[in-house]
Design a protein around this ligand. Structure first.
Ligand SMILES: *Cc1c(COP(=O)(O)O)cnc(C)c1O
Length: 420
């Protein structure tokens, strides 16, 4: 369920017409629905009701401070993958004890920052990382709370770029080596083992891969107990998929039931790291039609948003629905919807049948709330779009449109290149 609805052939976000928002804030424009964000968070959270759990929103899916703040107010924590994301969480007012830190390439300064912040746990991905964290914790005279990220060798049946739990992927440690790694961690003075984690991929549309990997992890927890390693937190990652097109992912309650069925008898706190399922369908990207043109092969609708604003279609060949913000013509037009970037891979959608657009019409790219703005860039020196949060009848600018001046911030021409 989301709060982007057509009313009399015109698209609304909650109680505001998208056309009004585009006029007010310009295009391209990211728009998020506050009610949808809260609804999705609560639906997910309540699915685990009755079992000790913590929802750590995956910050990389959408890291805008206002979005993070929304979930923090709902009691959520953050799953981070960089020092920058720790910084964002703190700026949004998070309780540091609700931060879990994953990622294969944590640097020394990032580790120090997280240690000083006092996060809930590091999800460790290699022995070398474990040793460095131990060393840094020692130098800061503290103990680092850690879990190992296990690679369970499970095929999540998703796009290869977003599958993370296969042996050939760079993530986690091989489950067959896990016991030895835990023993090593046990011997380190500045390490405190608190948990176990696993995250097998993204946009997963069945419960089976989650259950399968959970069973493997459960077996490991049992073995660890025999070695007197007590696991307090079981972090099962994120990855639950959403409907972009015709996918039929399990509802969060179905997902929760499948998981709870497996761990009902464990004395453990469950940590969840949902990203896409919370924000994906809570945001859209609105673009303006600049031109249309036809080659002998096909038609093109050229809009003012490109792959620098939303890269999922280009990067993953991902499908995102495109709908007119206002239906102005009964005539249909089959076309590729492309951006202004100088790359043939710069498209938002291909081969779509839409009402024939006029220049200046608005198109909405749906399901753009996750991995949308956060993956945007300044390629072609295009200022990044503005982001707006809608709550009921009100809209709030939560990120200014970038200016040309911001585009060159930090750049310098060395003296020797300057005129005498
Ligand atoms: C990306 C990521 C997530 C979130 O994945 P979604 O598919 O957006 O739910 C959770 N945990 C880790 C470690 C991740 O890298």
């Amino acid at each position: 369920m989301n709060h982007f609805q057509l009313k009399n052939n015109e698209l609304f976000c909650e109680e505001i017409s998208i056309k009004n928002l585009a006029e007010k804030w310009g295009t391209p424009l990211y728009i998020y629905s506050h009610s949808t964000l809260c609804h999705h968070f609560r639906t997910f959270d309540s699915a685990f009701q009755g079992y000790p759990h913590l929802i750590c929103f995956s910050v990389k899916a959408n890291s805008n401070l206002a979005i993070l703040r929304t979930f923090i107010k709902e009691g959520g924590g953050g799953d981070v993958v960089s020092g920058g994301e720790v910084f964002r969480c703190l700026k949004a007012g998070i309780d540091p004890k609700k931060i879990v830190y994953s990622g294969v390439g944590k640097t020394k300064p990032e580790i120090d920052f997280a240690l000083k912040t006092g996060i809930l746990m590091f999800n460790i991905e290699s022995t070398q990382e474990l040793n460095l964290i131990n060393q840094q914790a020692k130098s800061l005279n503290t103990k680092a709370p850690v879990s190992f990220r296990i690679n369970p060798d499970i095929d999540p049946k998703t796009h290869p770029y977003i599958s993370t739990g296969l042996k050939k992927n760079k993530f986690g440690i091989d489950i067959s080596q896990a016991l030895n790694k835990y023993k090593l961690a046990q011997s380190l003075k500045n390490i405190e083992i608190v948990g176990i984690s696993c995250h097998i991929g993204s946009q997963i549309t069945e419960t089976a891969p989650f259950v399968e990997s959970l069973r493997k992890v459960k077996g490991l927890i049992k073995r660890l107990k025999e070695e007197a390693v007590i696991i307090r937190f079981l972090d099962i990652g994120g990855g639950l998929g959403i409907t972009y097109d015709k996918e039929t992912p399990p509802h969060p309650s179905e997902y929760a039931q499948a998981i709870l069925r497996e761990i009902r008898d464990e004395d453990i706190t469950l940590v969840l790291e949902p990203g896409r399922v919370i924000v994906g369908n809570a945001g859209i990207l609105v673009a303006k039609v600049l031109y249309t043109k036809s080659s002998s092969e096909k038609n093109f609708i050229i809009v003012d948003a490109g792959m620098n604003d939303l890269i999922r279609p280009s990067l993953y060949d991902a499908y995102q629905e495109v709908i007119p913000v206002k239906i102005s013509s009964a005539k249909k037009y089959r076309a590729d919807i492309v951006g202004p970037i100088c790359e043939s891979g710069d498209f938002l959608a291909r081969d779509r049948l839409l009402p024939e657009p006029q220049n200046g019409d608005l198109l909405s790219v749906m399901s753009a709330g996750a991995y949308g703005f956060v993956m945007s860039s300044n390629y072609n020196s295009r200022p990044r779009p503005a982001e707006v949060l809608v709550a009921g009848k009100r809209s709030y600018l939560i990120r200014q449109r970038e200016s040309y001046k911001k585009l060159i911030r930090g750049e310098k021409i060395p003296g020797f290149l300057m005129p005498e």
